[in-house]
Design a protein around this ligand. Structure first.
Ligand SMILES: Nc1ncnc2c1ncn2[C@@H]1O[C@H](COP(=O)(O)OP(=O)(O)OP(=O)(O)O)[C@@H](O)[C@H]1O
Ligand SMILES: [Mg+2]
Length: 238
């Protein structure tokens, strides 16, 4: 199995993703900084660790996901993590229920997050149970699309495994909602590599942690964003 050495920023993001208090991470930075590779490696590790989970992977245009992120996942993340061709099946964008389906029952499902006039409130995500939500190139999207998709996290085996459902987003610097929700607070807090701030409540180890301060509740990491909705225990599981 080939070795990989994570960059300092990738290592930071990886550590943040292992923290059960963290509910949102915006992984920003310039093109080629290794965001997609880190995020795909994290998804594969989660899928291998927790049989049966579903991670939703979305982007404005699903066809772009197939050409970029999924290509990175299949050719690089799988290689570095020792996933072989018979460990999974891949349904490409365009086929029914596109995604990467692992032998242990876990899946990374692919989703088109583009606005459609026939579905202005994104009702198409209404019954989608996800463990985590991952959104690539969040700068292409508005907050409605991102919030609708992100709200589906925490609904698939999170309680059973005590997994904090996370919304993980990547972007290049952009002027959309991510600036206000992530970059502005990040800069106010002093900038640097990353900053974190409280963003509501979260269940950790079966206990509700009230988000009054950075060390007691849910955390958003940035350059990163979050809505104020509490991240309570999942309402239903399947
Ligand atoms: N830690 C690493 N070690 C070796 N190569 C790496 C590492 N991280 C990333 N790369 C290489 O850099 C390439 C670009 O990385 P990646 O696609 O993850 O960047 P990105 O930040 O998502 O870029 P973009 O903003 O264009 O989406 C990868 O395909 C991979 O080959
Ligand atoms: Mg990328």
């Amino acid at each position: 199995m080939p070795n990989i050495t994570l960059s300092r920023k990738q290592q930071l993001a990886f550590n943040v993703l292992a923290d059960p208090y963290v509910v949102e991470l915006l992984f920003g930075g310039g093109a080629g900084g290794g965001k997609s590779l880190l995020v795909t490696m994290w998804m594969v590790i989660e899928c291998r660790k927790y049989p049966g989970i579903t991670i939703g992977l979305g982007r404005k245009e699903m066809s772009n996901l197939g050409k970029t992120t999924v290509a990175t996942l299949l050719t690089e993340a799988h290689k570095y993590l020792g996933v072989s061709a018979d460990d999974f099946t891949y349904k490409a964008p365009g086929s029914p229920q596109p995604g990467i389906y692992y032998k242990n029952g876990s899946a990374i499902t692919l989703h088109d997050l583009a606005y459609a006039p026939s579905d202005p409130n994104y009702d198409r995500f209404g019954s989608l149970p996800l463990t985590h939500a991952v959104i690539e190139e969040v700068g292409e999207l508005d907050l409605t699309a991102v919030s609708a998709f992100a709200s589906r996290a925490n609904r698939k085996l999170n309680r059973e495994y005590s997994i904090t459902g996370k919304t993980v987003m990547t972007c290049n610097p952009s002027n959309n909602f991510a600036r206000e929700e992530f970059y502005d607070p990040f800069e106010k807090l002093g900038g640097g590599d990353m900053q974190s701030w409280p963003c509501g409540d979260v269940f950790v180890d079966g206990k509700l942690r009230i988000g009054q301060s950075k060390s007691s509740g849910a955390i958003r990491y940035g350059p990163t964003h979050t809505s104020r909705q509490p991240r309570a225990e999942p309402p239903s599981t399947s």
